[in-house]
Design a protein around this ligand. Structure first.
Ligand code: SF4
Length: 710
């Protein structure tokens, strides 16, 4: 495939992996490849890249690409494929109601793709069932932000990590999963003596490098932070003025915290930590004003994830440590554009542009879009959405850039559910995903991949950066937003889906965020609502909010104590006592935790192409504590069968002293396409957090036995 001409000047773009959102300089070689290096001017990474980012040039081959539209395995024209999608969606909506159509999106999509999918579904088809794999990533943090701040707002920025004196990492293996941010944390330690505390059931690389590691019992984070709130109250460390002037609900939250973890001894008993360690942590937090508590999937991927996040936020509100340099709770997002999806409202419990479903908000979006079929309430979140497909309630599903047949909990059921659909549409760059091969009559639309597409992504600190094209589109691949717009036009909405390019989509997205927004909503990007094409092309990274006439975005929010609740006060949340959703039993006495490894990403569709990255962990494995391994008769390198009430997989044993006794850990990356081990997602339970709908992926009851020789 001929490429764009080799560039003398590198193309500035953004890494497609994690939510750190590092800037990348890409130099195409004219032969379909490119070399990459970190962008020294990008404020997320200042020129650095981690192992995954620096290997991006090794992952650009066209092996396994979807190159042409296909229906039931036969190549068709774009016209035919798009006509077919529109006709089938129209027929199904007519026969079964618009709610029989659903979309399952991805944090890998660009904001422009997300915006068009959300508009098509919620304003024009009239279905609320738009959810995303970001449900599995950070939806508990979103829900916690909304409960505490009245808006889904990350209060701080990456500079806070540089300026903190205490960094508390909860349920976060940042050393592997947000490596460039972790290096910033290590720099802060070297420069200003910042102490790093890691709180996690696993002693990961982050725990190894931290100054202080707290190996808590799985699921007990809420107890630890409830105990901390009580300790702050009883040691005179509260910011009484801040609580009185800027918050509500403190007393009930403190009463609940007291009921859960009344003192250090009770906290130690609930978390399984030595009392002295709890005391050291509490004292560190109490005596260090500049503290950032960063949390990630160990908090979010939990049936009580929202409470866990609110228990953390409670401690920051109680000490007034929020929105000021070096202070605040900080949600580290997993995916490159989880935040952009939230901005457009691409989650089942949002409408658009951080708006929800008050009559005023619905009316506002209806008028802005001139939408004929605006939805008025929430749709089904990811786990419920696939259950509705299983029950035959949803007949048509468009999956965009994600692989739920591997990554969803109860993944075998998800794959079976896909076969029940009347119509499965998949826009995808990779031809071999388990989702794409789940049935042979899908409508498959060739999507652009990283380096070929143009648009924006938003990282964990609300910073919007451009992803830019530097490779020619292979075959007939097109942008996801373009396919969606073509279907919208075919459904009769020519004006509403008439954008000439991604810049025009972005302008509309920015304009909606500022439409009749008198400062009552946090997400305001109207300063870019009229950005010309050339300026969009040249745009440098910028943080939101960026209201009309603002000269720059804001690094921090809430320093003035003004939140986005009706009375402008933040809310303390009275959290529930920690309970794991899936108790262990005689048959399943272990707890299975799932997660990532350093050099792989999601279901291996990109990182699997790099021999260098694959060498780090070459095969699917299970970590087990040495005592458990010895008792069961397992040694390093053996094959073990890991079973849960929901499925099983055969994995290579890794005997790991940093594992807790009674706990197992298996990475989520491999699938039946990439190994014979089985999908770890198939082992995970389907319990979800009652507020966020985020599934529990960290504590499923499990058994492990030596695998019979094959
Ligand atoms: Fe890419 Fe994340 Fe690594 Fe940065 S830290 S290079 S965004 S994977």
């Amino acid at each position: 495939v001929p490429d764009l001409a080799p560039h003398l000047e590198p193309v500035r773009t953004t890494c497609p992996y994690c939510g750190v959102g590092c800037g990348v300089l890409a130099r195409p070689d004219g032969l379909g490849g490119a070399s990459v290096e970190g962008d020294p001017e990008h404020p997320a990474n200042f020129g650095r890249l981690c192992s995954k980012g620096s290997a991006l040039g090794e992952t650009l081959s066209l092996d396994d690409r979807v190159l042409h539209p296909m229906i039931a395995g036969r190549r068709v024209t774009w016209e035919h494929a798009l006509d077919e999608v529109a006709a089938r969606f129209a027929r199904i909506a007519e026969e079964h109601g618009p709610e029989a159509v659903a979309f399952y999106l991805s944090g890998q999509l660009l904001t422009e793709d997300y915006y068009v999918a959300n508009k098509l579904a919620k304003g024009f088809i009239g279905t609320p069932h738009v959810d995303t794999n970001s449900r599995l990533c950070m939806s508990s943090a979103v829900a916690a932000h909304r409960r505490a701040f009245g808006s889904d707002t990350v209060p701080g920025c990456y500079e806070d990590l540089d300026e903190a004196d205490l960094l508390v990492l909860v349920g976060s293996n940042a050393a592997w999963c947000h490596p460039i941010l972790f290096r910033r944390m290590l720099d802060a330690r070297a420069k200003r003596g910042t102490r790093i505390v890691a709180i996690d059931p696993r002693r990961t690389q982050t725990g190894e490098e931290a100054d202080f590691f707290l190996g808590i019992r799985p699921g007990s984070d809420t107890a630890l932070f409830s105990g901390l709130l009580v300790h702050l109250a009883e040691s005179g460390a509260l910011d009484e003025r801040y609580i009185a002037d800027h918050t509500a609900g403190f007393e009930p939250a403190l009463d609940r915290a007291r009921a859960i973890a009344p003192d250090v001894a009770a906290t130690a008993a609930l978390t399984g930590l030595p009392r002295a360690e709890v005391q050291v942590f509490f004292d560190l937090f109490r005596t260090t004003p500049r503290v950032v508590t960063a949390f990630s999937q160990g908090v979010n991927q939990s049936s009580q994830g929202t409470d866990k996040a609110n228990a953390i936020i409670n401690c920051h509100l109680a000490t007034g440590r929020i929105g000021r340099p070096g202070m605040g709770p900080f949600s580290l997002t997993g995916q490159p554009n989880a935040m952009g999806g939230r901005e457009v409202g691409g989650l089942a419990n949002m409408l658009a542009a951080h708006m929800h479903f008050t009559p005023e908000e619905v009316d506002l979006v209806r008028r802005f879009w001139r939408a004929p079929r605006i939805i008025t309430g929430e749709g089904l979140k990811a786990v419920s959405l696939f259950e509705a497909i299983e029950r035959g309630k949803i007949k048509a599903l468009w999956v965009m850039g994600t692989n739920p047949a591997v990554s969803m909990p109860r993944a075998d059921r998800v794959r079976a559910a896909l076969r029940r659909l009347d119509t499965l549409v998949i826009s995808e760059a990779v031809a071999t995903t388990d989702t794409l091969t789940a049935r042979d009559d899908a409508i498959v639309l060739p999507a652009l991949a990283w380096g070929e597409k143009d648009g924006t992504v938003t990282n964990s600190e609300r910073r919007i950066s451009r992803q830019r094209r530097f490779l020619k589109a292979p075959g007939e691949a097109r942008a996801d937003w373009w396919m969606l717009a073509e279907v919208g036009r075919r459904l009769g909405h020519r004006e509403a889906f008439a954008w000439p390019n991604a810049a025009a989509v972005f302008r509309e997205h920015a304009a909606l965020s500022g439409f009749e927004n008198a400062g009552s909503r946090d997400f305001d990007l109207s300063g870019l609502a009229e950005i010309p094409d050339a300026a969009y092309e040249a745009a440098r990274p910028v943080q939101w909010p960026l209201p009309r006439k603002a000269k720059s975005g804001r690094a921090r929010l809430f320093a003035d104590g003004q939140f986005f609740t009706r009375d402008r006060r933040a809310r303390f949340v009275a959290v529930q006592k920690p309970v794991l959703a899936d108790p262990t039993s005689e048959t399943f006495p272990f707890r299975l935790n799932t997660g990532r490894v350093r050099d792989h990403w999601h279901t291996l569709t990109r990182t699997g192409k790099s021999p260098r990255l694959s060498a780090h962990r070459a095969v699917p494995f299970v970590e087990i504590h040495p005592d458990d391994a010895a008792r069961i008769g397992l040694a390093e390198g053996d094959l073990a069968r890991v079973s849960t009430p929901y499925g099983h997989a055969v994995l290579e044993v890794m005997v790991t002293p940093g594992a807790q006794a009674g706990a197992l850990f298996a990475p989520m990356h491999w699938s039946e396409t990439t190994s014979s081990a089985g999908r770890v997602g198939a082992l995970a339970q389907g319990a979800v957090d009652p507020v966020s709908g985020q599934p529990e992926l960290k504590a499923t009851s499990a058994a492990i036995t030596p695998a019979p020789m094959r």
